[in-house]
Design a protein around this ligand. Sequence first.
Ligand SMILES: NC(=O)C1=CN([C@@H]2O[C@H](COP(=O)(O)OP(=O)(O)OC[C@H]3O[C@@H](n4cnc5c(N)ncnc54)[C@H](OP(=O)(O)O)[C@@H]3O)[C@@H](O)[C@H]2O)C=CC1
Ligand SMILES: O=CC(=O)O
Length: 343
Amino acid sequence: MALCSIFCPRIPVRFRPKPISPFLSKPLFPLSYRVYSSLPPTSSTKDELGSVSIGFLGMGIMGSPMAQNLLKAGCDVTVWNRTKSKCDPLVGLGAKYKSSPEEVTATCDLTFAMLADPESAIDVACGKNGAVSGISSGKGYVDVSTVDAASSILISKQIKDTGALFLEAPVSGSKKPAEDGQLIFLTAGDKLLYEKAAPFLDIMGKSRFYLGDVGNGAAMKLVVNMIMGSMMASFAEGILLSQKVGLDPNVLVEVVSQGAINAPMYSLKGPSMIKSVYPTAFPLKHQQKDMRLALGLAESVSQSTPIAAAANELYKVAKSYGLSDEDFSAVMEALKAARSQQS
Ligand SMILES: NC(=O)C1=CN([C@@H]2O[C@H](COP(=O)(O)OP(=O)(O)OC[C@H]3O[C@@H](n4cnc5c(N)ncnc54)[C@H](OP(=O)(O)O)[C@@H]3O)[C@@H](O)[C@H]2O)C=CC1
Ligand SMILES: O=CC(=O)O
């Protein structure tokens, strides 16, 4: 808390961080084991792809386009979603539908899950009529949701107790990269499943990293998103400050885009942020979930992360303003509120 005050002296008390995930006192997985590989895409024929039946659980912003790309590539895809109507467009494109995760894993060789958070990922995998109930030896489960290592390890254990294989494979890349098949997979778990899943990962993504033990993919994803969440909060501060001192924020976005701190995210989101419009690609509630989980990870190894902690408070404030389902760039609204309270 003290460190946060040093970095953000003007942040009001209610924005400041509180202790997070005190239950984590040591790493949940061996941090010394690292295996990286970003392989060139595999090329498989439509017949080869079609010979493996694919399940897909979770038809949200990410799951729908990912499943759609598998269908377009000629895969045999069976879908499920808690809200059934979201499966309709996929069924219209030729997907089969099953009414529970259990039925999907019972009928499919390889099942992907793209769910909101640790709670839903665990429930869909391990709950009543969940994926674990239908899966068996010879099959595979690939969880592409962004969760913490402990949740991923729990799901992995339950899947593997059935004799099936498990791979965690959270993705870096948002709605558009999902639509364009340009995601980056951060995988860890059963190497054999990684190899079997590779042709399908390559349909949905542009690269894949194999990181070793289950937990490492989750950790990598959380670190990446912790950086992204802080970058966005900082960018929002910059836009507001530029406006306050009479600069044109559109010029700021242009200057940033030409310099060393350029990131596609700034050029993509900046113009709409300036108009206070936040079309949802990555829901703010998921970014705050990732900040929270990343802070828990940092706490588990006593790593100081004051910048991320301060940014997390802003996402929490934005959530309290009803912005959970807006894009995460709506974090700027929390800063506007802070500004109007100060003046
Ligand atoms: N959007 C993005 O840019 C990116 C998101 N991610 C991560 O991917 C995951 C999915 O994100 P996204 O598609 O954007 O999220 P959405 O909110 O659009 O979709 C969430 C999905 O989870 C389902 N779900 C939520 N709660 C439950 C529950 N209790 N039981 C069963 N199903 C549930 C939803 O079902 P229903 O339709 O019924 O609500 C929906 O299918 C998240 O972990 C996110 O952090 C990763 C990279 C980029
Ligand atoms: O998790 C979000 C992303 O853009 O990556």
